[in-house]
Design a protein around this ligand. Structure first.
Ligand code: BG6
Length: 512
């Protein structure tokens, strides 16, 4: 298929960006992997773009013992390994970083934090917004939230500080419906929902945010965005990586909880929701929650038809042999944890009735690819049948979320020359090429939005519960019955059971 590329020569730019006001960021788990890989590089990028107020500071908190200087040195090392840097390049930025060590369970730790914050607020003349970032294993969320509340650092309206306080937490938000409810209650006992920012990093990806602009800033697609024109929708998150060093977490989690409950359902809701009243957090989050409510719950009959699961075995990635899941270090030798899930969702509302949503996600597949494919219906009748062209490929609109972010629309066109000769074409927008820019790391967007108090790209507690509610029957079924796990070779682009499964509906997956 030929590709016709868009260019940005005549693009009118309409840009809106709000820099952060004065803000103090308190990071629990400050020496951890996530903070070093995502948080500090993203803060640095915001700093370079002049989006952090001069009065910002960061207080790292954790078990490890560091002086402020040692803490800054560890961050300098990770920033240096991510970017080529001039000597001294990070010094001005890192001068805003401080550290307190202690144990999360110990009340005295929080008194020391509180005292240090008072001193730093005075030094930086800050009284603005305070963000507590829990970059911690989830079992510590309620522990830290509770201690922050008891030490009066949490909620302004409940005898806490006068300043605006926010809490950032990372997934997983629970392990099932009950634990998600419990976590919501525990956090809700210490912070108001309006203060809680739950990160789903997929929502910070530029191409996921583009779904909103694409759908609601163009008039031509909305009339087609329904059961009359769309045959089905496919959403894929394929990864070539395996469990890496996270077997301990992954083996008790699996693909359904790790990717499906959060990233995939968030993409479904953005893609399928009704137009929100405004580009504003509650309007968007209301529509997303409404959409999740419309997804038909899985029944026991669905367990053998609407969802299939697999686990990777030995195979090859880029020509190199890699172990199967059961041979990965830290995985139980008889583990039944799924590393691949494909499921069919039915969205039972006026717009989507009868349009299946096929979702698949897996580790150790041939390549990394995240995409949403809108498969339109075929033409109702081919007037070219007499010329032997009775089957015409249906149009597809494809949002490639990563890598090589882009939008693609497939069309049929006449080839010049013969009387009738048709060719499949693809109209393509390659983000990086068209906008001549690299995609910013999702955490930059999410951190800045939290600093400016915009919750639009953060998961609200009702949508967390709705997504667990949807998956709970599957988890219950799996706890009692065989999962029917199939094995696929690591590195495959052709998962046979998944191909056969979708073929039963007369459809096929877009190749990986
Ligand atoms: C995380 C999952 O949420 O997302 C990981 O826990 C997964 O298992 C990762 O690898 C994928 O994120 P991305 O941004 O690389 O697609």
């Amino acid at each position: 298929m030929r590709t016709i590329e868009a260019t940005a020569d005549k693009l009118e730019m309409v840009c809106a960006e709000t820099p952060a006001g004065p803000v103090s960021l308190v990071v629990f788990g400050a020496s951890g992997d996530l903070a070093h890989r995502k948080l500090y590089p993203s803060l640095y990028a915001l700093y370079r773009r002049n989006l952090l107020a001069g009065g910002f500071y960061l207080l790292g908190c954790g078990r490890a013992e560091f002086s402020d200087t040692q803490f800054r040195d560890t961050i300098r090392q990770s920033l240096k390994s991510a970017n080529a840097a001039e000597p001294g390049e990070y010094d001005a930025f890192l001068a805003h970083f401080y550290y307190v060590s202690g144990s999360y369970e110990e009340f005295a730790f929080y008194s020391r934090i509180s005292q240090k914050l008072m001193a730093l607020d005075e030094k930086y003349r800050l009284g603005g917004c305070r963000i507590f970032y829990l970059s911690l294993p989830p079992f510590l969320y309620p522990v830290v939230a509770d201690k922050l509340s008891q030490s009066r650092m949490a909620c302004p309206g409940r005898g806490g500080p006068t300043q605006d306080v926010r809490l950032i937490v990372e997934k997983p938000f629970g392990h099932d419906l009950d634990s998600a409810k419990q976590l919501n209650d525990q956090l809700g006992g210490c912070f108001d929902e309006s203060q809680i920012y739950r990160i789903d990093h997929y929502l910070g990806k530029e191409t996921v945010q583009n779904l909103l602009v694409f759908r609601f800033a163009n008039s031509i697609f909305e009339p087609l965005w329904n059961r009359d024109f769309i045959d089905h929708v496919q959403i894929t998150i394929a990864e070539s990586v395996g469990v890496e060093h996270r077997a301990g977490y992954y083996d008790t989690t699996g693909a359904l909880r790790d990717m499906f409950q959060n990233h995939m359902l968030q993409m479904v809701s953005l893609m399928a929701m009704e137009p929100p009243a405004a580009f504003e957090a509650e309007s968007v989050r209301d529509e997303k929650a409404k959409l999740l409510r419309c997804i038909r719950p899985f029944s026991s009959e669905d367990m053998n038809t609407a969802i299939i699961v697999g686990q990777y075995g030995f195979g090859k990635i880029d020509g190199a042999a890699v172990p199967g899941y059961l041979q990965e270090e830290g995985v139980r030798e008889d583990s039944q944890t799924e590393t691949f899930v494909a499921a069919k969702l039915a969205v039972e509302n006026w717009r989507w009735k009868g349009v299946p949503f096929y979702l698949r996600t897996g580790k150790r597949l041939a390549r990394k690819l995240t995409e949403i494919v809108i498969a339109f219906k075929q033409v109702p009748h081919s007037m070219f049948a007499a010329a032997g062209l009775d089957f015409l490929e249906a149009n597809q609109l494809r949002f490639q979320i990563q890598p090589e972010e882009g939008m693609y629309l497939s069309l049929q066109a006449k080839r010049p020359g013969s009387k009738l000769c048709m060719s499949g074409l693809e109209l393509a927008v390659d983000y990086q090429r068209v906008f001549e820019t690299k995609m910013p790391e999702a955490y930059q967007r999410l951190l800045l939005d939290c600093m400016t108090g915009d919750q639009m790209l953060f998961a609200r507690q009702d949508s967390i519960l709705l997504s667990w509610q949807l998956l709970q029957p599957i988890l219950d079924y799996w706890s009692q019955q065989d999962k029917n796990l199939f094995v696929y070779p690591a590195g495959t682009s052709d998962i046979k059971p998944a191909e056969e499964w979708i073929k039963k509906d007369g459809r096929k997956w877009r190749p990986l």
